[in-house]
Write a protein of this length. Sequence first.
Length: 423
Amino acid sequence: MEYKIAIIGLGYVGLPLAVEFAKKYKVVGFDINQDRVNELNQGHDSTLEVSDNDLSKVLVTNGKIGLKLTFDVNEIKDSNIYIVTVPTPVDRNNRPILTPLVKASETVGKILKQNDIVIYESTVYPGVTEDECVPVLEKHSGLKFNKDFYCGYSPERINPGDKTHTVANIKKVTSGSTPEIGKVVDDLYKSIITAGTHLAPTLKVAEASKVIENAQRDVNIAFVNELAIIFNKLGIDTHDVLEAAATKWNFLYFKPGLVGGHCIGVDPFYLAQKAQEVGYHSEIILAGRRLNDSMGEYVATEILKLMVMSDIPVKKAKVLMLGITFKENCPDIRNTKAIDVYKSLGQYGMDVDVYDPWADNDEVKNEYGIEMISSIESEYDVIVHVVAHRKYLELDFNKIKSKTGVVYDVKGSLSKEIADKRL
């Protein structure tokens, strides 16, 4: 079989995958965002997941092996493998939003042909591919599932900002709607994933494997966040405790902090939603989510206590918040919990400046209404180290804080000589 691959969605997941496949196959990357496609065609990825050099190496215009980028659906009509990598967010009530997935399925369904394979990578709860996506594909194509066309599910394993654990270096779970298609899907991914693949027996198993990855991490971080709250009350440094405990070979080392983003902060709700549909109310998963979602306000309260103990007037206090992205060394601001800290401090009447050289100022302004500062020009009463960007390690904290100023380290990555208090 000669693979002609179409990647639907060119974000943090789709673009790196498209670039990897384009090293061996004819690939067309499709996205409805024309600005995004134009940017990529000019050889630059604003998410910084793919370097300009790596992108330029695979971009082609002659129809041979390599990557073509488009917002025209007609350009993907002759594909026989469609890989859907659109986002799967939640609404303000933390209910799964499947609209992007349904819309992508409609797009593919209208051009689906005999024997085509549609592979989903978007994070979902078990059953979404067969129960939600397949009916859409059937409706718009007029074809019959597992007779005229087939499906696969291979959950994305992208870690934004991580240049070590890239697409090819992370073992990939694969699956197919029939055993034979499972083998086809597995062989396809195996051809580009140097770390190898794991062929799951069913689509639902593969879907479940993905959604529990981040749910497990979320629960573990929630446990450590709870420990941080307890140890703060006991006057014990949580990071010192973790370092001591980590000397045991089977201790799982997680650090306390803010848990946002479009994976860990979202995926557990997908599993909890499905559990509710089958009559089970999640206890541990949702408890972990509630605790992690409360940490922004907790951090602000701890900062307030530190100010009072240091005789720093709260109202109109000048505060510098270092970081607005959801994680370090990454420009992604989606579902960042740093905004919770910002809002909580503002409610206490503090004047908060945000400095984040990784984040796009226009994007931050449009999403959160915050005009970031482009450089640090004055002294601050409080410096809150929210996101552990490498660039912040170059700062001279003694120069940017006032004589009575304090530093609160959310990430626990600053030295004790710099940080007056750590989460």
